[in-house]
Design a protein around this ligand. Structure first.
Ligand SMILES: [Zn+2]
Ligand SMILES: [Zn+2]
Length: 158
């Protein structure tokens, strides 16, 4: 009950009607610790026994995104957008270039850099973006394993 009234306030503040689909989407998004695609969210909602169509999920996410309740990010080179609940925290992301998983990183290393830019260039900084690319723990270890197993030169003696 407590969580639901919290979403009620969030929706009311933005002049959105508090529908049960919006509740379900916000609750599911907040429970996902990482940003998810609309399809992933749809599968999760179905699994939780919520009757909703994929197009409704898309439509709700777009509305929530336009109102700033949900953050939408596009992963470069991957034709999909991911969504996460907007906790109004400043954070950065690590993006796996193999499985396209996007994980949030708390904290910001650029505060000092912003101050440096402001004083050096007399530029008023209003924000920044920083995304870090690479391999997540799952994909990184697979990559290393396959590298070790392919050593063609070693096969000559046998
Ligand atoms: Zn990965
Ligand atoms: Zn930052």
């Amino acid at each position: 009950m407590g969580a639901k009234s919290h979403y009620n306030d969030v929706l009311k503040e933005r002049n959105l009607k508090a529908t049960k689909h919006r509740f379900a989407i916000l609750e599911a998004l907040e429970n996902c610790k990482i940003p998810v695609t609309a399809e992933d969210l749809y599968i999760k909602l179905k699994r939780d026994g919520i009757s909703i169509s994929l197009s409704t999920v898309y439509r709700c996410l777009e509305t929530l995104h336009k109102k700033g309740i949900v953050i939408k990010s596009n992963i470069p080179d991957y034709n999909k957008a991911v969504f996460e609940y907007n906790h109004n925290e400043h954070r950065h992301h690590m993006i796996c270039i193999k499985c396209h998983k996007m994980q949030p990183v708390n904290g910001c290393p650029l505060e000092e850099f912003e101050k440096f830019i402001e004083s050096k260039f007399d530029f008023t900084v209003k924000g920044h973006n920083l995304e870090v690319y690479g391999y997540c723990s799952g994909c990184g270890s697979k990559e290393t394993a396959s590298n070790y197993s392919c050593c063609p030169e070693r096969n000559e003696g046998s």
